[in-house]
Write a protein that binds this ligand. Structure first.
Ligand code: UN1
Length: 504
């Protein structure tokens, strides 16, 4: 699809407002240029929200919340069903817009839209399953149970690398739970957010609930700060770097608000001497080179058993050298550009640092001599413990680290501050179970014979330590979007006290 076809299919123009509060507002904040990372040319101009706009967005969101929570949850679910259907219809165009604005290849852009469809389906079912537990009471003629109530407007801060899917994990679940949603997308990717908000607005049009899904494009100093300090937003779900989370988390906590934080990862695959090497090569390529290494789940560290390290590299290095790099919208491309020039610079800086710390570049290592932010996917063999491997560099650099035991491999893997995703490749049940046990991986995600990225929406997504501890998407992640109420009912004619206390 060409840019014009994509814009037409999604009803976009080259100047857009980034503020939606039930209606599209002018947006009285600054203008931001949206840059195509494949060319570094501007795609569009978007107005950001001013503080006055923010006020309007939150006020509408609060007012809509008060009515939205009154709808039976399955009726809310029906709106989400319609949203999922509308996204299905726009899968190709929206996937292409993700590629155009963010740089991931079209198959991955479409995959992202598929995640949105999947979480909508999940949330429709969830809207009939917001279960609480019933407990037995220690007092006679008493009943105890817990119930889950809607929370309020939920702030969603999303990152450039998954510009639409991560919003939907939060938005579909929050809306099913009876919350309204205020979205602050990355300033690098406001167009996809505008396109999604237009799709949602058409679904909600005429229902009286247009402000369930609202939008406030802005930066961290503006919308990010107003959102984190605003008591009317009881939950902020934020995806981004660990330094971002370390600023945002305490701000929200200072007003007793809640956060769901999905921050940096430093994901590793352990390859044991009995691994299926063909699977390893394919998994490493997708996990480390896919999305040009810009997933929070991207593979960063390959920890390989001494006995097979040569075979692994003999197959991996030529595979890296054959990766077609180029226009993300062109068929056959496997790796598009990085998001911007700063990302290229930080990749090059990390490579220089690695060389100073004993790293040896086995393939790649350079920026491509052409327009756009293109780099070569890079493999660097490096001693365990080199400082540079403790950092999350958002780029296609793979650190290869040698080990001679599973225990040491796990120690290396867990020896970083982040704790998002991890995997082991082995044919041994003992190795696999050891890795999955409480003395194994310390990450939120631990896989066997599967790479670190590409999780399904049905599981709870997120990680430990500096990754922030939040969980989004499937399983019982919905509980973060509701408030729990414990209720005890006395149906007898006496007033027994708990703990056997006699009072007066
Ligand atoms: C992210 O990079 O922020 O597991 C999300 C995955 C995707 C989501 C990544 N389903 O790689």
């Amino acid at each position: 699809m060409t840019q014009q076809e994509i814009f037409e299919a999604l009803d976009l123009s080259t100047t857009e407002s980034g503020v939606f509060a039930g209606d599209w507002m002018q947006g009285s904040g600054e203008m931001v240029s949206v840059i195509n990372p494949a060319t570094n040319e501007a795609l569009a101009q978007v107005t950001m929200a001013s503080e006055e706009d923010w006020e309007k967005v939150v006020a509408n969101s609060v007012e809509t919340f008060e009515r939205w929570r009154m709808l039976p949850a399955p009726i809310r679910g029906d709106y989400i069903r319609q949203l999922g259907n509308a996204l299905r219809e726009k899968k190709e165009a929206l996937g292409a817009l993700v590629s155009l604005e963010m740089g991931k290849i079209h198959a991955e852009g479409e995959g992202e839209v598929q995640e949105m469809v999947d979480i909508c389906d999940f949330a429709v079912g969830l809207s009939r399953q917001l279960y609480g537990k019933t407990m037995v009471s220690e007092r006679p003629n008493h009943r105890m149970y817990e119930q889950w109530h809607p929370l309020g407007p939920v702030g969603v801060i999303s990152a450039f690398n998954f510009p639409v899917a991560v919003w939907s994990w939060n938005a579909a679940v929050a809306a099913a739970c009876g919350d309204t949603v205020i979205w602050k997308p990355s300033e690098n990717t406001p167009l996809t957010a505008i396109a999604v908000t237009k799709i949602a607005a058409r679904v909600m049009e005429g229902s009286g609930f247009e402000s369930v899904f609202s939008l406030a494009v802005g930066d961290g100093a503006g919308v990010g700060t107003w959102m984190s300090e605003d008591r009317r937003v009881p939950l902020v779900s934020a995806t981004g770097s660990t330094p971002m989370g370390k600023i945002l988390g305490p701000k929200v906590a200072a007003r007793m608000g809640r956060t769901v934080l999905e921050l940096g990862g430093n994901n590793a695959i352990i390859v044991m001497d009995d691994a299926d090497l063909e699977l390893v090569t394919r998994a490493v390529l997708f996990a480390a080179v896919g999305t040009a290494g810009q997933r929070c789940t991207s593979l960063r560290r390959l920890i390989v058993h001494t006995d097979i390290i040569d075979s692994v590299l003999d197959s991996l290095v030529p595979a890296y050298e054959q990766v077609p790099i180029g226009d993300p919208l062109e068929e056959g491309t496997l790796m598009g550009p990085l998001i911007n020039e700063a990302a290229v610079e930080s990749m090059m800086a990390a490579i220089r640092t690695a060389e100073d710390q004993g790293g040896k570049v086995l393939t790649g290592g350079k920026k491509l001599d052409r327009d756009g932010n293109y780099v070569e996917p890079t493999i660097i063999r490096i001693p365990a413990g080199a400082d540079v491997t403790a950092e999350e560099t958002f780029a296609p650099i793979l650190w290869v680290i040698e080990t001679d035991s599973l225990e040491e491999a796990i120690e290396i893997q867990n020896g970083v501050d982040q704790g998002l995703s991890s995997a082991i490749f082995t044919e041994s049940m003992r190795n696999a179970e050891h890795f999955l046990s409480h003395v194994g991986s310390d990450c939120g995600i631990a896989n066997v014979n599967i790479g670190t990225s590409g999780a399904e929406i049905g599981g709870a997504f997120g990680g430990e330590k500096d990754t922030g501890g939040g969980r989004e998407a499937g399983s019982d992640s919905w509980k973060a979007y509701m408030r729990r109420q414990t209720t005890t009912i006395n149906w007898g004619d006496d007033l027994p006290l708990a703990q056997g206390i006699e009072f007066g």
